[in-house]
Ligand binder design. Structure first.
Ligand code: ATP
Ligand code: MG
Length: 653
């Protein structure tokens, strides 16, 4: 990797599509162009065809009926069709390949695993769906799922979908308070949880957390409890039921409810990087068409291949690629209960060898953490089964991209850097391995039906190579339909900043080849002496230094420049930060990007504040840099609150 300056100028290395991918891939360069053009020119024809990937109970006659304008705002896809998502994810595969593996589950402890066929999963889901009905759950009711990464989590989601209940999955790392807030926000009638979770050898008291949360919630009538660790937990008579008891007595068949295309499927709260989490609502047909199509094309997925998305089902990535997109396509999906560094830093790569994983998809935060520990943890494993790698969640620094490509993938595997959001339902800007030449750090090109546009602060459209705010000008099937219980907030948040357009909240640059580079959150843009800079570029320059593992930069008030640059830097294992290194890093950034990006302050930090989904929360870092720590805003989604006190204590002034 030459330097970030080169990549920033979009003149970095380009990796062309390998010959074998060009030969085997479903989407080749000319297919990409033809499909993209057709989806733009004639969305009805394109999506009518793509929707045939699903089994419909009642075929639709209308395809697209959408408007982002205030006067006639509305988002409807396939609106008169009916289908069932769980039938699409299970029944049709059971009919053809009942013994095919649906889920490979790897437990927290190496050696703990389960292999679940499509028939097994079908029966489990039907039993649970019947159990939910027996406990009063009907179409349209809300069910909160607060589980570890165990197969019962996927079964619970599908059981809800089977009977038309709306699920809200809450990541198992959330506190009783956060859980209570999410239960109350959508008035769940039932919670599915476990006695305890296991992560990195540590026990998480899930059932105790639910008990504490329910002291503040009035809507919940029943709690179904999976026995995971077997620890003793309190069971409240009349309210709490063991999962194994509930399914044992239930029938292994359950009619799949006919759901209208626009019936709700799930509510999911965003990560909370930029503020209070939003309860995003996705509906049935459009979401599944999008999940299935993007899973197939972006990962070039073929049935039989082992696909591993390392995200938790508590995040949208887990919803779309661990569960719905993968199972709709009849995939073998790997679910891993634990964390990347337990029992050691080789765990991801050992799991890949153990199950001969072909496609691996993970977040930059995990990759940076593993990269920090050195290459030997990777190199002691084979990884020969791998043929495609992916990333999602944050911009991936070119340095980390190169490491992933060279060390993990041994230069063999293309990397799909997928840009998307909870609100978009699935990947929006991403390479396809047989069609797109890769540039490290760029999410590359839009998917079919995605019309990105860059606008300036006033909303003027920027053409050609440019940098601005990323908006999407037309609807796509996987789009969120509302924020649960607050349609006004939905409209205000996404459709009023630039009237008639969906505002992503992200900054973005388009290069001369039409490639998109996410530059960071619009709220985080730093303005130094009138020069606007995204956070990603400066952070990537820092990460490109041999001693730096991770970096986060924010603006701070500066008398002369308006804003100065404050950088938080985490060093590689075994490095220590001192004055000399501080000076070296300042010089390094000046050389990599230019004097305009000179950091005014560098704080060495043992850890950065991250959301529980692993994203850096710059809004908190900004407050610390400004010296305004009295009100840090919503910190409920912070993974490790102790990080903040540490940062405050070591603030540079
Ligand atoms: P909130 O909306 O509550 O502030 P959030 O935006 O972090 O939280 P998510 O929906 O989980 O919640 O994250 C979506 C965001 O993640 C995107 O808007 C973008 O900033 C970032 N992102 C996701 N994938 C990528 C990627 N491949 N490259 C760059 N950024 C990405
Ligand atoms: Mg967001």
């Amino acid at each position: 990797m030459a330097s970030l300056a080169a990549s920033a100028a979009s003149a970095s290395a380009t990796y062309s599509v390998p010959a074998e991918w060009r030969a085997r891939a479903m989407i080749k360069p000319d297919t990409y162009d033809a499909f993209y053009a057709e989806a733009a020119r004639d969305p009805d024809a394109f999506w009518k065809r793509e929707a045939q990937r699903l089994d419909w109970i009642t075929p639709f006659t209308k395809v697209k009926n959408t408007s982002f304008a205030e006067a006639d705002f509305g988002i409807k896809w396939f609106e008169d069709g009916a289908l069932n998502i769980s039938a699409n994810c299970l029944d049709r595969h059971v009919a053809e390949r009942p013994d095919a593996i649906a889920i490979i589950w790897e437990g927290d402890e190496p050696g703990d695993s389960r292999i679940i066929s499509y028939r097994d999963l079908y029966e489990e889901v039907c039993r649970l769906a019947n159990a939910l009905k027996a406990n009063g759950i009907r179409k349209g009711d809300r069910v909160t799922i607060y589980l570890p990464m165990i197969p019962e989590a996927a079964a619970s989601m599908l059981a809800c979908a089977r009977i038309g209940a709306i699920h809200s999955v809450v990541f198992g790392g959330f506190s009783p308070d956060s859980l209570a807030g999410r239960i109350t926000d959508c008035d769940s009638q039932l919670v599915i949880t476990a006695d305890e979770g296991l992560r990195g050898g540590k026990r998480v008291p899930l059932k105790a957390n639910v008990d504490e949360a329910l002291a503040h919630c009035t809507s919940v009538e029943k709690v179904i409890v999976v026995r995971r660790t077997g620890t003793n937990v309190a069971m409240k008579a009349g309210r709490d039921i063991w999962y194994h008891d509930a399914v044992a007595t239930a029938a292994p068949d359950c009619v799949a409810e006919a759901m209208n295309a626009e019936d709700p499927l799930f509510i999911l709260y965003t990560s909370g990087s930029t503020g209070k989490p939003k309860g995003v609502l996705h509906t049935t047909a459009g979401y599944l068409v999008w999940a299935s199509m993007t899973h197939q094309y972006v990962f070039d997925y073929r049935p039989g291949e082992v696909f591993w998305c390392a995200a938790d089902v508590g995040w949208v990535t887990g919803h779309t690629y661990v569960v719905y997109g993968a199972l709709a396509n009849g995939a073998t999906t790997l679910m891993y209960e634990g964390i990347p560094n337990y029992p050691d830093f080789s765990r991801f790569w050992s799991i890949i060898d153990k199950y001969q994983v072909e496609i691996f998809y993970a977040a930059p935060t995990a990759l940076r953490a593993l990269m920090r520990e050195g290459n030997t943890w990777v190199e002691r494993t084979s990884r020969k089964s791998l043929r495609l790698l992916g990333t999602v969640g944050e911009p991936i620094n070119p340095e980390a991209w190169e490491w992933y490509h060279r060390v993990v993938g041994e230069g063999r595997c293309p990397i799909v850097d997928t840009w998307w959001q909870t609100e978009t339902g699935g990947a929006m800007i991403s390479p396809m391995p047989g069609a797109t030449d890769l540039k490290p750090g760029s999410a590359t090109k839009p998917l079919f039906g995605v019309k990105p546009e860059l606008v300036d602060a006033e909303g003027a459209v920027l053409e050609g190579a440019a940098e601005g705010n990323l908006v999407i000008t037309d609807s796509w099937p996987g789009q969120a339909r509302t924020i649960w219980g607050d349609h006004e907030r939905f409209f205000q948040t996404y459709f009023t900043t630039y009237a008639g357009k969906y505002f992503t909240g992200d900054g973005c640059r388009r290069d001369v080849d039409g490639y998109y580079w996410i530059t960071g959150r619009v709220d985080d843009v730093i303005n130094v002496s009138g020069h606007r800079m995204g956070t990603a570029e400066i952070e990537s320059a820092l990460v490109a230094h041999a001693k730096v593992a991770e970096a986060a930069v924010v603006g701070m008030p500066h008398d002369l420049k308006g804003q100065g640059i404050y950088a938080y830097v985490t060093l590689n294992a075994n490095e220590t930060g001192d004055e000399a290194l501080r000076r070296e890093l300042v010089q390094w950034v000046r050389r990599e990007i230019g004097p305009i990006a000179t950091p005014d302050a560098i704080q060495f930090a043992a850890g950065l504040p991250k959301t529980r989904s692993g994203k850096i929360m710059r809004r908190i870092l900004r407050k610390i840099a400004e010296g305004d720590v009295s009100n840090l805003g919503d910190t409920s989604t912070l993974a490790d609150p102790s990080v903040v006190a540490n940062l405050v204590a070591n603030r540079q002034s």
